[in-house]
Design a protein around this ligand. Structure first.
Ligand code: B4P
Length: 192
């Protein structure tokens, strides 16, 4: 199996690039943000619980997210690999993912980290908020607090994978296709 993590702050283009990467490489896309929004849309108990955190720009509790990933993972036993998007977002989630992959006798190949400065992120998310209908994009204070949560709770995940020499920094500023090419050139090298 070939498993990648697309990593970066909120608004760095993880969702945008993931759609293109799964189409090119035939990986199973596992976006915890999308899975949580589906749970909210269908008003499941998990969704109603998650909504309380997401609306405030906070992370959903680890046990909720890990359980959800676990069951999604089980639905794709024949996958040739996974693209994890927006997961793991805490060190506890990263450790849980390592264990899950170990049970399947596989591991994370690379963590591709999209570097984008904060003012550009806020600009993108304000723009997305005008059309997305996402309550977590609607208010600049919530957008700023999502960036703070990223620095405090999610950046340590990059340090966790850096210890295993798995992190590759990618310039996340520029045209969408240009950034896609940068990502592909690293993936192609790793897949050879
Ligand atoms: P996510 O759904 O993961 O989304 P995101 O971080 O907001 O955005 P992403 O980086 O995917 O940006 P996108 O491509 O859309 O998280 C939402 C929330 O869910 C979290 O805050 C949290 O509450 C919860 N959650 C999710 N996973 C969790 C977990 N594991 N644990 C706990 N809680 C969890 O791009 C943003 C915008 O920029 C788009 O409008 C796009 O069109 C634009 N854009 C993209 N690339 C661009 C470029 N190159 N130039 C200009 N604009 C660009």
């Amino acid at each position: 199996m070939f498993n990648l993590i697309l990593f970066g702050p909120p608004g760095s283009g993880k969702g945008t690039q993931s759609d293109k990467l799964v189409a090119k490489y035939g990986l199973v896309h596992l976006s915890t943000g999308n899975l949580l929004r589906e749970e909210i849309a269908t008003k499941t108990p998990l969704g109603l619980q998650a909504m309380r955190f997401m609306d405030k720009g906070q992370l959903v509790p680890d046990e909720v997210v890990i359980g959800m990933v676990d069951s999604h993972f089980d639905k794709h036993k024949d996958a040739k690999g996974f693209l994890f998007d927006g997961f793991p977002r805490t060190v506890a989630q990263a450790k849980a993912l390592d264990k899950l992959l170990e049970l399947k006798k596989t591991e994370i190949s690379k963590v591709l980290l999209l570097d984008v400065d904060e003012e550009e992120l806020i600009k993108r998310l304000i723009l997305r908020g005008k059309t997305s209908g996402r309550s977590d994009d609607a208010d600049e204070n919530i957008l700023r607090s999502r960036q703070d949560v990223y620095k405090r709770e999610t950046l340590p995940v990059a340090a966790y994978y850096a210890k295993a020499k798995k992190v590759i920094h990618i310039d996340g500023i520029g045209e969408i296709d240009e950034i896609f090419e940068r990502l592909c050139s690293h993936i192609d090298k790793k897949m050879k």
